[in-house]
Design a protein around this ligand. Structure first.
Ligand code: ZN
Length: 320
């Protein structure tokens, strides 16, 4: 039977629209505020695979009972659209099947789903396009469900990074410290603010991936996920002088050469120079440096790279 115009317009694969009614406020449409007018779309299953037993795969025509659910679907038009799915529960007549009954399910609405697949995909894609999670799912689903939809969307788009020869590892810290209450232990927990970034330093892939936190086991887990062949290709790992990362690389990539990146070495050297300058100032004057002391006023010159000093200011001239 070819689908009717309303079913084509509704466009949810696996169901046929039986009728559409206009309601001022329907008590069963849970996510609509009381008093909200809605169009109620009654659908029945047309997907023949929905009558296959979930356990043994044998088709059943033995109707046990009928049920109705109200899955949420994508918004369409100015007035809210609410779905009533009239489902059939079948009895499985296979003697050796452990399952006595099963309810229809379709790919867009698997067993237990309260949201259509197309609604999840739409919200996930909206977050991927840059909308805030709370905005994309507003009025349709909770923040955690919206976020989960985005993760599914992102995982389908993100390509597995190809092997690299020079790997960069560094950390990023996000925002202020935030706390959340653990539901199982009812204690406050600090939310993870650090991420470990893996970067292709020898090629053009840029950011390869991120691991939550900056712990050894998270770094090893991300590298192990790439597989042994991928790990064997890495020859050099550049990182800051961090014992945790070094220990993780020693274990996950034992043959790779670890190098400290230039920025961090210079930062450490500058820190040592500053400590010496402060100590010498206190030793010679008995107090901290002030704007009246030439050595304090010119303190940044000690930290400037040699190639960025004018000839007059270069230490080799002895005029500074
Ligand atoms: Zn069965």
């Amino acid at each position: 039977m070819s689908p009717d115009g309303t079913t084509i317009l509704f466009g949810l694969p696996g169901v046929r629209v039986r009728r559409v009614e206009h309601v001022a406020s329907h008590p069963v449409v849970g996510h609509l505020r009381p008093g909200t007018p809605a169009r109620l779309v009654h659908v029945v299953t047309t997907d023949p695979a929905a009558a296959f037993c979930l356990a043994c795969g044998v088709v059943s025509s033995s109707v046990r009972q009928r049920r109705t659910t109200s899955p949420r679907d994508v918004p369409y038009g100015d007035q809210r659209l609410a779905v009533r799915w009239h489902k059939v529960q079948y009895a499985c007549r296979e003697r050796r099947c452990p399952r006595k009954a099963f309810t229809e399910q379709i790919p867009e609405l698997p067993a237990g789903a309260r949201l259509t697949g197309r609604l999840r995909r739409q919200v996930g894609a909206a977050v991927g396009d840059g909308q805030a999670v709370s905005v994309a799912g507003a009025g349709l689903m909770s923040w955690p469900i919206s976020h989960a939809a985005f993760i599914v969307h992102a995982q389908e788009l993100l390509a597995e990074p190809t092997a690299v020869t020079v790997l960069g590892i560094d950390e990023t810290r996000r925002g202020r410290p935030r706390w959340t209450r653990c539901e199982t232990t009812n204690t406050w927990m600090k939310l993870e603010r650090f991420e470990t970034n893996f970067v292709d330093l020898g090629g053009r892939q840029g950011l390869l991936g991120q691991a939550s936190g900056r712990r050894k086991d998270n770094v090893i887990a991300w590298l192990d996920e790439r597989g042994q062949d991928w790990k064997d290709q890495v020859q050099i790992v550049a990182m800051d002088p961090c014992a945790t990362y070094r220990s993780a690389i020693r274990q996950a990539l034992p043959n790779a050469l670890i190098v400290a990146d230039h920025f961090h070495l210079v930062a450490l050297a500058n820190k040592a120079v500053t400590e010496v300058r402060r100590r010498v100032t206190v030793d010679t004057t008995g107090r901290r440096g002030t704007a009246q002391d030439p050595i304090w006023a010119k303190r940044t010159r000690l930290l400037r790279a040699k190639e960025r000093l004018s000839p007059r200011r270069s230490p080799e001239c002895g005029t500074a």
